[in-house]
Design a protein around this ligand. Structure first.
Ligand code: AMP
Length: 539
């Protein structure tokens, strides 16, 4: 490495290797995440060759955790969280109890004292929020009911784990059979709750007003760079303050920061601006997980490792049964299987437990091994979760299609910058309007604006059929993508020769393409912008 600093080493070799192995995984139709984990193992201290600085990598991974959780919060309003509380609170608590119990049993089998089995079980009982969130986001399940259930479940687990992290040090003496000072214990518990409450209160009362106001102000300066910087400062700043001053985990802090922005008009932009950085640092998170893994454990403790993995997978089964018991339908409850893995919180807990002497030295390796194996298995479980729901794992969940009763109506495809304006101008006119929009989260907005709508991709024939394109009078294709627009125009023309089709394009060639497929008029966006600008030219 010569003169290069350890930080540069991690960024260049860690990210570079993750890129290469991720691409290879992709080639073999495996999730790239597997490549990132293997890259981590390769640059980790347990394999020969280059060894990255573990401490530094973990710190960089923390930035990934913050940005991921912030992004998750942006799509998650407190309303969504409260809606699933009846399932998430009892469910997550019971699941943790069951897994901790299994951990105690396994510990007994390994010949560990009860207290050590207890801490071991606790480590196995928290799913990795980062892994689940990324998977939900990749599969666009974030805004579905099951996505909300999984998210609520994780938030409850995270909160409970924060509590465990706090009470473990004062309780360690008791667990080791020493006398413990009850007054000290209740004082530290009380302090934790008070800090959590103050943090949540501050965020809801002050943060909720101040943070959107700052972003709003910056957005109006028109500087993209400053806006990006503002988003980053908010995400990192709140997470840091949450952890440093309030003892809340950085993950939860960042989640709160995102959540108070959720639903504000700027949340979408904030999400887009933080996306590239988030992806890069999330990769480092997975690399860091791989680095901590000592592959020798596979040879040294195969049975114990297998038992540990089974307990973690059992967590998914337990969550499934509990969800069913709490009244979740069979299809939605399958999301429980996505919770069958452990990650960041388990490592933190394991480190703490080892340090306090309430976890046997070998347990940490088992926990890390089980984590990496369960994360590797996770995409397979997710494929099962999304089976039937969507043919391709990465496709959005198709909403049930209800055919419209409208006839002689106008159909508008796309409710973005262009479509929303069209819809607004048509309001109150003679023609009834039906909007077709593929954004999964757009249903609420369309309903709030009082538009008939169908959520789905208009390229798909059943969607156009449900929109009764054959009986429609007018079709506006207000989406920017020329190829998709062409497919829509072509199908609509085939279904309805008399339909008046007005489409949108952004290149001259696109105009010809759409006209050729049967559009009556194609508006070339840039041309209209130019005309409108010239209109204001000085005499
Ligand atoms: P904008 O470019 O801001 O006018 O946004 C275009 C809108 O069209 C977005 O809201 C997209 O979700 C939506 N959209 C793009 N392609 C399709 C499609 N094939 N079917 C339905 N909606 C679409």
């Amino acid at each position: 490495m010569g003169e290069a600093s350890p930080l540069i080493g991690i960024l260049v070799i860690g990210l570079g290797l993750a890129f290469v192995l991720g691409t290879i995984a992709q080639r073999f139709k495996l999730p790239p995440l597997i490549g990132y984990l293997l890259a981590g193992v390769a640059v980790g201290p347990f394999t020969p060759g280059f060894v990255a600085d573990t401490g530094l990598t973990l710190q960089l991974a923390d930035i990934g955790v913050i940005l991921l959780m912030f992004g998750v919060g942006l799509h998650f309003s407190p309303k969504d969280l409260l809606a699933v509380k009846a399932i998430a609170i009892p469910g997550a608590m019971l699941q943790m109890l069951v897994i901790t119990g299994l951990g105690v049993a396994a510990g007994y089998g390994f010949g560990w004292p009860l207290a050590q089995g207890l801490v071991f079980g606790l480590c196995l009982s928290v799913a990795s929020t980062v892994v689940v969130m990324r998977a939900l986001q990749d599969r666009r399940l974030m805004e579905t009911e099951r996505g909300h259930i999984a998210m609520g479940w994780l938030v409850v687990q995270d909160l409970l784990t924060v509590l465990v992290l706090v009470v473990l040090p004062p309780l360690a003496g008791l667990l080791k059979g020493e006398a413990v000072n009850i007054a000290d214990l209740s004082a530290s518990l009380g302090l934790t709750f008070a800090k959590l409450a103050v943090f949540a209160g501050l965020m809801l009362v002050i943060g909720r007003r101040v943070i959107p106001a700052i972003l709003h102000y910056i957005a109006h300066t028109g500087s993209r760079e400053l806006f990006r910087l503002a988003v980053l400062s908010v995400a990192l700043g709140v997470a840091f303050v949450a952890a440093a001053l309030f003892g809340v985990s950085i993950a939860l802090g960042a989640f709160f920061a995102g959540m108070i922005l959720a639903g504000s008009p700027l949340s979408q932009r904030a999400a887009e601006e933080s996306l590239p950085l988030r992806d890069a640092f999330a990769v480092l998170f997975f690399v860091s997980v791989g680095m901590l893994f000592d592959p020798h454990v596979l040879v040294r403790q195969p049975v114990a490792l297998a038992v540990t993995v089974l307990i973690v997978l059992g967590g998914g089964v337990a969550a499934y049964l509990l969800m069913r018991f709490l009244g979740v339908g069979a299809r939605n409850a399958r999301i429980a299987l996505s919770l069958a893995q452990i990650g960041e919180f388990s490592f933190i807990l394991a480190d703490l437990g080892t340090g306090l002497g309430v976890l046997p030295p070998g347990a940490r390796g088992l926990i890390l091994g089980a984590s990496i194996l369960s994360i590797l298995i996770n995409p397979l479980l997710f494929a099962f979760v999304t089976r039937k729901a969507a043919p391709k794992a990465a496709a959005p969940e198709p909403a049930p299609l209800t055919p419209t009763l409208l006839n002689h109506h106008a159909v508008l495809v796309g409710y973005g910058r262009v479509g929303e304006r069209i819809a607004q101008s048509l309001r109150g006119g003679g023609v009834e309007l039906l909007v077709v929009e593929e954004g999964v989260g757009m249903g609420e907005k369309l309903a709030a604006h009082g538009h008939h709508h169908i959520i789905g991709n208009a390229v798909q024939e059943p969607v156009l059929r449900a929109a009764n394109i054959a009986g429609a009078r007018l079709l506006y294709v207000a989406i920017p993508e020329n190829f998709e627009a062409g497919q829509i125009v072509q199908q609509a023309r085939r279904a309805n020769p008399d339909l008046v089709i007005v489409a949108r394009a952004h290149f001259d060639a696109g105009v010809g393409h759409l006209m050729g497929l049967g559009a009556n008029r194609v508006v070339m966006g840039e041309e209209e912008i130019a005309n409108a600008m010239l209109h204001f030219a000085p005499e």
